[in-house]
Design a binder for this molecule. Structure first.
Ligand SMILES: Cc1cc2nc3c(=O)[nH]c(=O)nc-3n(C[C@H](O)[C@H](O)[C@H](O)COP(=O)(O)OP(=O)(O)OC[C@H]3O[C@@H](n4cnc5c(N)ncnc54)[C@H](O)[C@@H]3O)c2cc1C
Length: 291
């Protein structure tokens, strides 16, 4: 490993100032669960690491009925598990946090790191897509917002410009009972990379009718929404026909690839099965459907 400098700014303003002088060998360090192994393996050779964890603006976890939930980019995944607001309004986030690697990894890995690593199989990103999350970005030209869907540009690629930092994500308030489920497959016991996953969340409107969201992990170049499935589930009262059609839309939306972990064919076969299981889990929790 080649030597590098390390700085730990105490505010977003200090982070921004350091980023203004940054070059291609400057890296933002959050939990380091992805970055540090990459450095150790020599795949990334930084000159300077900017550790963002001490900046209060990046550590906010706040909920209000009017603004919804703000999650600072440097919040560790484990913090989602202890928040009563997350449990009450966004339980899908807790379901995903619970299945994360191990306690140690959950305590280090951050929400922002999961987004900025831009893995096609990022579990938390997939859940956040189900809440129409928006990203707050800060850089030399000031602040800007972009929907999470547009932030993700493909494996390892995001809409962040050089010298910009992801500050937080905001999830709008939902205005009704919210239920979520995440069904996924990983390779082997203890594997931490999701081969395929489907997140579903519903917000109750009236009996049997809800607003729905569905997103896929590991089934395209970035986690992606399946709006066609959402439209089917929102079209009327839930029934078997709608569940099967919506699950099929997840299969249609999947663009899986072959890699060392699994074949595209296997991933494609998982998509409708996991989608159906997630929809059923949500409908069961929400209305006792199929119980
Ligand atoms: C054992 C193990 C288990 C894992 N389990 C899971 C799992 O269950 N699900 C899952 O999805 N992933 C998992 N991961 C992958 C990884 O932990 C997550 O993607 C994690 O959220 C990354 O966050 P981090 O804070 O550690 O990021 P870091 O490693 O610190 O950073 C990742 C990348 O994002 C950039 N970055 C980080 N924060 C910002 C920011 N605010 N603004 C701009 N750029 C930023 C960094 O420069 C770097 O390029 C696992 C990894 C390991 C090693």
């Amino acid at each position: 490993m080649q030597p590098f400098d390390y700085v730990r700014p105490r505010s977003l303003a200090e982070v921004a100032q350091l980023l203004e002088e940054a070059d291609a060998q400057t890296c933002i360090l959050a939990g380091g669960t992805h970055l540090l192994p990459e450095i150790e393996l020599g795949r990334i050779r930084p000159r300077l690491l900017i550790d963002i964890k001490a900046a209060p603006e990046l550590n906010e976890l706040r909920y209000t009925n009017s603004e919804g939930l703000t999650l600072g980019a440097a919040i560790p995944i484990s913090q989602l598990l202890t928040s009563p607001e997350v449990r009450r309004h966004y339980p899908l986030l807790q379901e995903v946090a619970r299945i994360w690697g191990s306690v140690q990894v959950r305590n280090r890995a951050t929400v922002g790191g999961n987004i900025c690593q831009a893995s096609p199989a990022a579990d938390m990103v997939t859940a956040l897509l189900c809440f129409d999350a928006e990203c707050r970005i800060f850089g030399p030209e000031g602040e800007r917002w972009t929907p999470l869907e547009r932030f993700l540009l493909g494996p390892g690629r995001t809409a962040l410009k050089p010298n910009e930092v992801l500050v937080s994500v905001r999830l709008p308030s939902l205005g009704g009972k919210s239920v979520g489920a995440y069904r996924f497959v990983r390779k082997g016991k203890g594997g931490h990379v999701t081969l395929a996953g489907v997140a579903v969340r519903a917000v109750a409107i009236s009996h049997g009718v809800a607003s729905w969201r569905m997103a896929l992990a590991g089934l395209a170049s970035s986690p992606k929404r399946v709006s066609e499935a959402e439209h089917i589930l929102e079209a009327g009262e839930l029934n078997e026909h709608a569940i099967h059609r919506a699950a099929q839309k997840a299969a249609d939306a999947a663009e899986p690839i072959d890699d060392a972990r699994a074949s595209a064919r296997y991933r494609a076969a998982l998509a409708p099965v996991l989608a159906e299981r997630s929809i059923r889990a949500v409908a069961r929790q929400m209305w006792g459907y199929g119980a």
